[in-house]
Design a protein around this ligand. Structure first.
Ligand code: FEO
Length: 408
């Protein structure tokens, strides 16, 4: 057994941690995925991630909250080895990184039922091929007694799928939040120890996953604020034993008021656009505006997403490729449109050789952004004196608009 465990760990690059006690009869289980670098074949994971599951043993019933990603099933089953009975598996969210091992846990505990929200049932049945009769739905606010412990299920839709819910453990005042408040970090820490690291990872996670649902999240935060919460236990990253740290951060991120900053993603093929970017960044900086510039040829899109959380203005820098924007720019603009940041202004600085529709095409690609378009700057070839004047004018417009709106 020890040999096979060592081989498994070596092959998968994961540690099989023993279940770790959070409180009496509440155990942290799950897998730490140190080597994962991409989620959904889209989202960069520079710090890996974890799939946290929690086992709660009541005096009468035992419940497992969420499971792990399918390739990590053996880790969870190894942790459950000495657990004789599981009565319920709560699936807060049907996405496979938390639900993937449910069929295997059901095989081990054939009498267990899966508890999920009304919208979750269909997903569990269709994505995981779990028989319908194994799935029990709970309503918003419904409670389940485990004997000396009581679970309250709270619907928190769109964090980040329509079926998502959280569980409040009444006696211990713990909120099990699944993706909500999560962070992609592989760590042996049970609780947050490095707030700076977790803040950035949680903000990255919010930006990539939650930001499009800012307005619904406001309602969800309002809903959970009615509960006294001593601890928030997400299904990615460490547990928050000081819950205000993450709920205050979320309140800031979901606010409608952006900060005095500009995000400037760009591509330059032969240096013309880069010169415009350098000039505009310096001009904005001189006017007291913070700028985050990203060369899309080498950028971690997660870093770009993080800065989109707060920016008041987005400026796109692009050369012209076959009359339109560079394909990497198209990707970034599409990403910004999908993530729906709170930015209030946008513009384009572009260079071309013999003809360009880059500005019109970019403007048509951002219907989700509620932005005022500031006069773009289009340059034929390399920028010269008049073009720098136009960039100064753009910097003036941005700085003035930020000031007028009191963006800090
Ligand atoms: Fe962590 Fe939406 O899954």
């Amino acid at each position: 057994m020890l040999i096979s465990k060592i081989i498994y760990v070596w092959k998968k690059g994961v540690d099989i941690m023993n279940p770790r006690k959070i409180k009496e009869n509440i155990l942290l289980m799950g897998a730490i995925d140190w080597n994962r670098r991409l989620f959904d074949s889209l989202i960069p994971l520079p710090d890996g991630t974890s799939y946290n599951a929690y086992l709660i043993k009541g005096s009468e019933k035992t419940v497992l909250l969420d499971t792990v990603d399918l390739p990590m099933t053996d880790v969870l089953l190894s942790q459950l080895k000495s657990v004789k009975n599981v009565d319920f598996i709560v699936s807060h969210h049907a996405e496979q990184d938390h639900s993937g091992a449910i069929p295997h846990v059901l095989k081990k505990y054939p009498y267990a039922k899966v508890i999920t929200s009304s919208k979750g049932k269909d997903m569990i049945v269709n994505h995981l091929c779990v028989p319908e009769e194994k799935v029990v739905t709970v309503e918003d606010g419904e409670e389940l007694s485990l004997g000396d412990k009581t679970l309250k299920f709270i619907y928190t839709p769109w964090v980040h799928w329509p079926e998502t819910m959280v569980t409040y453990l009444k006696e211990d005042k713990i909120l099990f939040s699944c993706d909500f408040f999560g962070s992609h970090i592989a760590t042996t820490d049970i609780y947050v120890t490095d707030e700076g690291q977790v803040y950035e990872a949680a903000k990255r996670y919010f930006a990539e996953i939650m930001m499009p649902f800012r307005n619904i999240i406001k309602k969800n935060i309002q809903k959970i604020s009615e509960y006294e919460i001593n601890m928030i236990a997400p299904s990615h990253g460490p547990i928050y034993d000081k819950p205000d740290f993450i709920t205050d951060a979320y309140r800031d991120w979901i606010s409608d008021i952006p900060k005095n900053s500009v995000v400037l993603p760009y591509i330059s093929m032969h240096g013309s656009t880069k010169k415009m970017v350098q000039y505009l960044v310096a001009a904005l900086s001189e006017r007291g505006v913070k700028v985050h510039q990203f060369d899309l040829a080498v950028t971690d899109t997660g870093k770009l997403a993080i800065t989109l959380v707060d920016a008041a203005t987005i400026v796109i820098g692009t050369p012209t490729v076959h009359v339109g924007p560079h394909p990497n720019v198209t990707y970034a603009v599409n990403l910004a449109n999908v993530l729906k940041p709170k930015a209030k202004f946008a513009s384009v600085i572009a260079s071309y050789g013999w003809g360009s529709k880059a500005i019109e095409q970019i403007a048509n690609m951002i219907p989700n952004l509620k932005v005022e378009i500031l006069e773009p700057v289009l340059v034929k070839g390399y920028p010269r004196e008049n073009d720098f004047k136009a960039l100064d004018k753009l910097a003036d417009m941005i700085a003035t608009n930020h000031k007028k709106n009191n963006f800090q």
